[in-house]
Design a protein around this ligand. Structure first.
Ligand code: PBG
Length: 328
């Protein structure tokens, strides 16, 4: 029998050819760094479950943003932690709220870095849910349509403060349309929406909830975030968001959700973002600290695989570190 004509090793064995034919590529321009701004904090407060990440006071936010920019990162995703929380998340929509102030300060001090704001109420409500509450059939749940108004107002106040993009992460139905209408109504037609289209109810968000001080005080988020067993539903979510005016479709978590990234990318051709979440970061950092894996190689592998799956944009707590390495 003749030897098969395809010998994969012919190209694989020579480093030049291996590089020449590599399909997925990674550059700093694809990376977004999440940052946490805490109202009234002086300095920075390390987040125990996210080693290397911290809640930042205003000056440290600017310093951290500059560090990201200098490493080659082009955009940050901002989360605000307010001094005061209440049932409706009042501080999320105040012109001088912590997140609006942070945006204004960043646009003044680091104007060439794009400021994306995560639009959601869970950091601002005292009950920790992503919207305002109501009682239906004797059980407490999030009031979808009443929440839309609050989210739209948050998006508008952030855009008025100078946010370059808004990213609704609440998973209410119809919020992309409500936010688009509100932005357009205020003449903010140029502000794109990156919609958390397929955001799953995931156990990988644990460290984030410590970082953002936003764990739900009762129940969980399965009444609004997606069931992790569903994939076809992700396409319906993404399609609906596109029709309502989403510019970028986000899939979250990333690790374990490569099939969703690929299917959303192929179904719509729209830009896709993958959010490599806090639990993914914590898990890898913890294993590396034990000396069980090689940190940098594993990070590079994870992010490259997300690109291969179809992600145009990768949101990662490693963005600044990796951008620096990619440049060097
Ligand atoms: C707000 C929000 C969450 C994350 C991003 N935006 C938390 C949640 O839905 O509970 C998680 C990010 C991460 O884990 O890194 N709704």
């Amino acid at each position: 029998m003749a030897f098969p004509e395809f010998r994969a090793r012919r190209l694989r064995d020579h480093a030049v050819f291996r590089e020449m034919v590599a399909e997925a590529s990674l550059a700093a321009r694809h990376l977004v760094q999440p940052l946490f701004i805490k109202e009234d904090l002086k300095g920075r407060r390390p987040i125990e479950s996210l080693p290397g990440q911290a809640q930042l006071g205003m000056d440290d936010l600017v310093a951290e943003a500059r560090r990201a920019r200098d490493a080659g990162v082009r955009a940050v995703l901002l989360f605000g932690i307010p001094r005061e929380k209440d049932a409706v998340g009042s501080s999320a929509t105040q012109a001088d709220g912590v997140i609006q102030q942070a945006v204004r300060r960043l646009k003044a001090d680091v104007p060439d870095l794009a400021a994306i704001v995560d639009v959601c109420l869970c950091e601002y409500t005292d009950h920790g849910h992503c919207g305002v509450l109501t009682t239906v059939g004797g059980r407490q749940t999030v009031d979808n349509d009443a929440t839309l108004e609050r989210l739209a107002e948050m998006a508008v106040t952030c855009a008025e403060a100078g946010a370059d993009m808004v990213a609704p992460s609440d998973m209410m139905d119809g919020r992309v349309g409500a936010i688009r209408d509100a932005l357009d109504g205020e003449g903010l037609v140029h502000v794109p929406i990156m919609s958390y289209a397929a955001k799953y109810a995931s156990s990988f968000y644990g460290p984030f909830r410590e970082a953002a001080e936003s764990p739900p005080q009762f129940g969980d988020r399965r009444g609004y975030q997606m069931d992790l067993r569903n994939a076809a539903e992700a396409l319906r979510e993404a399609g609906a968001d596109l029709e309502e005016g989403a510019d970028i479709l986000l899939v979250k978590p990333a690790l374990g959700y490569g099939d969703i990234i690929r299917r959303v990318k192929e179904a719509f051709g729209a830009p896709v973002a993958a959010y490599s979440v806090s639990g993914e970061y914590a898990m890898v950092e913890a294993a590396a600290r034990q000396g069980w894996i090689s940190l940098e190689a594993v990070i590079l592998e994870i992010i490259t695989c997300l690109r291969r799956a179809g992600a145009d944009i990768i949101i990662s707590y490693w963005a600044t570190e990796m951008a620096g390495k990619l440049r060097g």
